[in-house]
Design a protein around this ligand. Sequence first.
Ligand code: HEM
Length: 464
Amino acid sequence: MVRHSAAQAPNEARSYRDIPRPPVWPVLGAAPALRRDALSFMLEARRAHGDIVAMPLGLRPAVQITHPDLVRHVLIENSTNYGRSPMTDRLKFMLGEGLVTADGERWARQRRMMQPIFQRDKLDGLIPIMTAAVEDMLVRWNVLARSGTPVDIGAQMGQLALDVITRALFGKSGGPLAEDVIRCIPILQEYTASLFWTFNPLAGKLPTPNHRRFRAALATIDTIILRFIRERTAAGAGDADMLDALLRARDPETGAAMDEKALRDEVITLFLAGHETSANALTWTWYLLDRHPEARDRLEAEAAALGSAPTTAGDLNRLRYARQVAQESVRIYPPVWSFNRLALDADTLNSYTIPQGTTVFIPPWVLHRHPSWWEDPERFDPDRFTSARSAGRPRYVYLPFGAGPRTCIGSHLALMEMQVVLTLVASRYRLRLTSDHPVSAQALITTRPSNPIMMRLEPQAKAS
Ligand code: HEM
């Protein structure tokens, strides 16, 4: 494998205009190509032009970086020079100023307050909650399996991940109110996905039927979340679920609690950031497992060896292969295919000066397929993540959860959830694709299958 360093760049100063670039439109820049097929465009841009590529968005400067040294520079060493991109701002009308959309001091304060809630050792109590959500799904699956009805696995994993995050946030008090949230969240998700590649400034503002449906769903969710918050505040926060933890959170520097608006923004952010990504990762994993029976057999053997549903951190420690499967699945199909930063001031990347206001794309989709760091990158091989084979791999070529101060706050939760779901489902069912056709990936807010993935549920005792 050829390994090269970003530091090998020549010493003379070069400007943004000198950065290699794919052919793009005069005024629109790379926007049409990104909208048509961002995944292929970004991959090909790296292959043809290297680890720093200019990709102007209309008349605004933008670059893609795919070298671990450059990624470290932007996300870690000079992270204070890189803020939220305007693409993220577009979610503010829905998420308010929650962790995903907030910036500057407000973000730093919220992150300080929420970080302890998501530490790995604080999450063990969620394992039985996850197991219970899967068991409920498996009861529904009994009926479908008996009638031989194939399932849309994306829809099933979406419902499951939403159920998990609802139970985690609201615990037992969820009940019928949470059902309304569960009904409305997919409406928000579909609406924001439909706007994702729209560059029309009026998009999202016109009173189309979809827009009205979206506003109604958002209003319903807001009412329910505020009701949960008010009831809980009046009763006094206990120690039962994440809502309690958010109510009890205090800024370690000032001792202040979150106000009602901040709580609302964080709860809706956790709902949206915490379920579509996980659902996506699980969906692709079932797809990959059916196409790689040797990996599926090992996962099933590990699940059988555990002998019961995972309920403790000790159980998860024994499920090493399930973890590797999850890690490899989010390498091949990273749910967040690219994340972006905005340069607050001019900076030098690989000896090119990029102007203030440059959007920097950091695409896990491309980094995870970089032939300098991954052997046979398109091959599904969970053993890449054994400690022996991970040793020596640069940290910043594997970014399913980002890195640096804004790294995913839910990464431990997400990996635990994947381990629990994969193990418990694999112990009861073998999921078989109904068609041999390869499924392609589509870049929306997350990396989605371009068509529904239909699977048959074979009860394990009968699976051959
Ligand atoms: C497989 C599942 C998941 C993936 C692949 C994923 C991926 C990511 C990535 C790449 C980022 C960083 C984006 C950036 O740097 O701009 C991020 C941020 C975030 N994620 Fe996740 N995520 C997952 C699950 C979750 C879950 C389960 C939660 C919460 C329950 C969550 C909550 C968040 C939040 C709040 C942020 C913003 C953090 C900040 O800016 O301080 N994510 N996620």
